[in-house]
Design a protein around this ligand. Structure first.
Ligand code: ATP
Ligand code: MG
Length: 573
């Protein structure tokens, strides 16, 4: 068994008691059912001996047993379902927690669609496997065991002859799954590809329409739909062979049993009741055989899915809290970079031996050309990535020595692209501080300059934004994100080009809100807008991963160096 499936079983074994109960009830159900052919044999004997009262009694027993068998079967199925659902529930929680812990660098590498598949459909496959595994394995082994016992007790020779047929059923199912599994897999791949393209198509449809190339793109989608169609037809063709083939085997085998058993009855070796019971027991063997055949393919699929899930679960987060991490209560807000070197790819550092110090409450701007590494520097402060070399200190303490959550809670970030979640305005403002009460949210909105707008809406703070709600302008979105940051009251504020998506009139108003937000905090500003940069006490100029100039706006302009050139280029654009 693969090590990943062993991990799956660890989750199943957490429900040991329930699981044992499931196996026990399944056993009892099958055992009770196995007495029915015996009773039918008795009934036939009663008919032949014309004993009507005995026949009635037997019939009642049969009905009783049938109900008991069915009921216990239901109970065991329910229990197996519970076991698999519970196991997958815990597995999903663990996977989700783990995904949360994984670092930025993990998400740089994988695409979100693939992670989604792991959380949803791979987990579903595992779920089905757990249930099916225990049900089919217990059902098959119990049924085969008990039925064989009864068959042998009726006639050893007849049993041995007819048992040759059973493996044929098993082999048919195995061949069938070998033929259909690749189609199913390709169908599944096509389907998830189709989902992705349709999603992209719909979310980009406005742009596509504007460019007049919607037909061209729709062609891709049409191709996928056609592929899906032909795969479905192919699958239908192959799967429709299966049932008749299996039906043929079972009926043929029953005929053989009837014929051979009939000869025994005619020769007086066995009576008719025995032969009927034999036929019925034989019939109880066919399903378990089919199940065992399907089981193999299920096993293969579960192996693939669990490998995918546990591959992620085994990944160690690159950013980890050290075991003796210190709690961080209050901070003054002094930040220091000491010889920091960092890049995303080996051998390609983005920042090189970077050193600078920002005093508590100081406002510093970092400027530089496009893709010069400004955002990268900002991402190092909350430890989204760790430097290759050098260290970053907060109040003189290496940030790798403090608790991650404490560190991050002291830092507020306002991005260029605001991410809002579907939900109410209130939720979107308060998700960094879910305990915030309405007056507090109002005050934050006031400072962010968005209160008036929100309160003019009919549902005010409960207005839903996102796909099923109102659409906000870029400036409104940015002000909501500012309100959000105000509410978390961070000691250190990071502004990563928060006005670059806004027109100059909107920028004016955002600047006012930002100015209030900046009070009493250490602030690092990255921007291309002179109006933003001028809010800083000091400017660091970045070029080729190093700081090449430093000073106030006026000082740097009069130098007529790198900053002067940058300033010219901003003015032109
Ligand atoms: N997650 C990542 N994985 C790999 N490379 C990255 C990643 N993020 C950024 N880079 C690369 O690092 C370099 C610096 O990017 P960064 O975003 O820090 O620049 P920037 O100065 O903020 O640029 P801009 O002015 O466009 O915002 C770029 O060449 C970019 O392609
Ligand atoms: Mg950037």
């Amino acid at each position: 068994m693969s090590s990943q499936l062993r991990e799956v079983f660890k989750y199943v074994l957490r429900n040991r008691k329930l699981f044992t109960l499931g196996v026990a009830t399944r056993f009892l159900s099958i055992l009770l059912g196995m007495f029915i052919p015996m009773l039918i044999k008795n009934a036939i004997q009663s008919i032949m001996l014309l004993e009507s009262s005995k026949l009635t009694e037997t019939a009642l027993w049969i009905v009783l047993l049938m109900f008991a068998e069915g009921f216990l079967f239901f109970v065991s199925r329910y229990i197996f379902e519970m076991v698999s659902q519970r196991s997958v529930y815990h597995m999903r929680l663990d996977l989700y927690r783990h995904l949360h812990d994984l670092s930025y660098s993990f998400y740089d590498r994988v695409d979100t669609g693939e992670i989604l598949v792991r959380v949803t459909s791979d987990m579903d496959t595992i779920n089905r496997f757990i249930r099916f595994f225990f049900m089919s394995l217990s059902t098959a082994s119990f049924s085969i065991g008990i039925a064989l016992y009864f068959l042998l007790s009726i006639d050893v020779q007849l049993t041995l002859i007819t048992l040759i047929i059973l493996p044929l059923i098993f082999i048919t199912v195995v061949i069938y799954t070998r033929l259909t599994d690749p189609i199913l897999r390709r169908r599944w791949e096509t389907l998830s590809g189709l989902n992705t393209s349709i999603e992209e198509y719909i979310s980009g449809i406005k742009v596509l329409k504007a460019m007049g190339i919607e037909d061209y793109v729709a062609g891709f989608v049409k191709n996928s739909i056609y592929r899906l169609f032909s795969l479905n037809i192919k699958f239908a063709k192959r799967s429709s062979i299966m049932r008749p083939t299996l039906g043929l085997y079972t009926q043929m085998s029953q005929l053989i049993v009837l014929f051979l058993g009939g000869l025994l009855a005619i020769n007086g070796v066995r009576n008719v009741g025995d032969i009927v019971a034999f036929l019925l027991y034989f019939g109880r063997l066919t399903w378990p055989m089919v199940m065992l055949g399907f089981f193999l393919s299920m096993y293969q699929r579960a192996k693939i899915s669990s490998t995918k899930v546990f591959e992620v679960m085994y990944l160690e987060p690159e950013i980890k809290e050290s075991k003796d991490a210190m709690p961080l209560k209050t901070v003054r807000g002094e930040i220091e970079f000491r010889n920091v070197t960092f890049g995303y790819e080996k051998g390609k550092p983005i920042v090189k031996s970077l050193s600078f110090k920002i005093a508590p409450g100081e406002k510093v701007a970092i400027v530089g050309g496009i893709a010069s590494g400004k955002s990268t520097i900002l991402k190092l402060i909350p430890r989204f990535y760790d430097p290759w070399e050098g260290e970053i200190l907060l109040d003189g303490i290496d940030i790798r020595r403090v608790r991650l959550n404490d560190l991050r809670s002291k830092i507020g970030i306002v991005h260029q692209d605001v991410i809002l979640f579907s939900g109410s305005i209130r939720d979107n403002i308060s998700y960094g501080k879910p305990s915030a009460k309405l007056p507090e949210i109002r005050r934050a909105s006031e400072v962010a300059g968005i209160r008036e707008f929100i309160e003019s809406l009919p549902k005010k703070y409960n207005t839903i934004i996102g796909e099923r709600g109102i659409t906000l302008s870029a400036g409104q979105r940015q002000r909501i994100s500012i309100a959000r940051t105000i509410l978390t009251d961070p000691k250190i504020l990071i502004l990563d080009d928060p006005t670059s998506n806004l027109d100059s009139e909107t920028e004016e108003r955002i600047l006012k809100a930002l100015k209030k937000l900046m009070e009493n905090r250490t602030v690092i500003i990255v921007s291309q807008r002179p109006s933003m940069i001028r809010m800083a006490d000091r400017i660091l100029v970045l070029k080729n991963g190093r700081i090449v100039e430093e000073g106030t706006h006026e000082e740097l302009l009069s130098k007529r160096g790198e900053y002067f050139r940058l300033f010219q280029s901003w003015r032109e654009s």
